[in-house]
Design a protein around this ligand. Structure first.
Ligand SMILES: Cc1cc2nc3c(=O)[nH]c(=O)nc-3n(C[C@H](O)[C@H](O)[C@H](O)COP(=O)(O)OP(=O)(O)OC[C@H]3O[C@@H](n4cnc5c(N)ncnc54)[C@H](O)[C@@H]3O)c2cc1C
Length: 339
């Protein structure tokens, strides 16, 4: 029994739904598990529960699958993990069937991938979209979770699986005057589905974290004038994004099992070998070469050469100085850094 069974309950009218009681003659709908959130994690959970023969009820507040990739539709949104690793590895068939276009694909392509997964494993039929879970309490007497949704339904489950992610809630800063502001305003984490037209407009972007850095150059191309409000400067190095060659993709597909194994054995799920060498153990000249080659390849590769590039203060200071030098020496604006 999956979530669709609940459609009977939703048709009974709001008054009925808010007065549901768990009685012997009229028990609440019960499932092995309730899953919340149709991003990477929740979709995989549903697949695994089905494989295990367990019943599940699945709620998602959005209108489609994708999680952060459903919500973050802002101009320039893309991942910064290499695509060939930023995907599922539970099914070799899936891995062989899907081909990424570039090293760091944009949001539309990642969303297409998650929809492809949902279709391939027929996941959507068990997901109740546009439904927000509002409460989950463990009932000691029943030894089950009691889960409530915003449409007044309560269900019981042995397992409550929260796959709500850590970035799915938007944080709109409390700014004086926002409620009376007469222009349009948007939050990158809840971007409209239709294209926002910046042509001929004066635009302000607040913040230069990942989303700001990705969206600023794209909005700047279109807007009449762009002002960026920055509290704290970020370091960003060139992503070195590029289209993937067929031979490279084929090689990754051929090495599926080996790659999966090294991803599982790695610290963060990427099959890069981490160096055990401290940057301070090597000569200054060697360090400079490492920094420059990391800049040329994309920063993430730095951990393959030295292990303390983010933790050792002298190393960070020196590395930042190198980034400053390189950034100043290279005739690139933010646009080419993230293109
Ligand atoms: C722009 C951007 C770029 C990123 N790039 C990378 C990257 O390159 N590499 C990387 O590893 N990670 C990246 N991340 C991190 C990303 O969050 C994870 O990689 C991953 O997609 C998280 O998946 P998830 O399933 O855990 O959660 P999410 O994708 O956050 O999905 C959670 C879902 O839960 C739903 N939900 C939340 N609360 C409720 C509720 N109460 N009731 C019903 N539904 C609810 C939300 O609507 C959402 O759809 C990026 C994130 C963003 C925003």
């Amino acid at each position: 029994m999956f979530c669709r069974a609940l459609s009977n309950f939703r048709c009974e009218g709001e008054g009925w739904m808010t007065t549901q009681h768990n009685t012997k003659s009229n028990p609440l709908p019960a499932f092995d598990a309730v899953i919340v959130g149709a991003g990477f994690s929740g979709l995989y959970m549903l697949h695994r529960l089905r494989e295990a023969g367990l019943s599940a009820c699945f709620y998602e507040s959005g209108e489609g699958v994708g999680g952060v990739w459903y919500w973050n539709r802002y101009p320039g949104a893309r991942c910064d993990s290499e695509s060939i690793y930023y995907n599922y590895t539970f099914s070799e068939e899936l891995y062989q069937e899907w081909t990424w276009s570039s090293r760091y694909p944009g949001q539309p392509e990642i969303l297409r991938y998650l929809n492809f997964v949902a279709d391939k494993f027929d996941l959507r039929r068990d997901i109740q979209f546009r439904t927000r879970v509002t409460a989950a309490h463990y009932d000691d007497d029943e030894r089950k979770w009691r889960i409530q949704t915003n449409d007044g339904v309560t269900v019981m489950a042995t397992y409550f699986i929260s796959a709500v992610g850590c970035l799915s809630a938007t944080n709109v800063p409390k700014m004086k005057g926002l409620e009376t502001f007469e222009g349009q305003w948007f939050h990158t984490g809840n971007w409209p589905h239709e294209k926002v037209n910046f042509h001929g407009k004066r635009v302000g972007v607040i913040g230069t974290g990942s989303s700001g850095i990705q969206s600023i150059p794209v909005i700047a191309e279109e807007a009449l004038h762009l002002t960026v409000f920055q509290r704290t400067a970020q370091y960003s190095s060139p992503a070195q994004n590029h289209e993937l060659e067929e031979a490279y993709v084929q090689n990754a597909k051929n090495r599926f099992h080996e790659m999966k194994q090294s991803m599982r054995e790695s610290t963060a799920g990427f099959p890069y070998r981490r160096s055990r060498v401290s940057a301070l153990e090597v000569s200054e000249e060697e360090r400079q070469q490492v920094y420059e080659s990391a800049w040329a390849q994309g920063e993430r590769r730095l951990s393959q050469h030295v292990h303390d590039h983010r933790t050792g203060k002298p190393v960070c200071t020196e590395q930042h100085a190198c980034i400053h030098r390189t950034a100043r020496g290279v005739d690139r604006g933010l646009h080419s850094i993230y293109s």
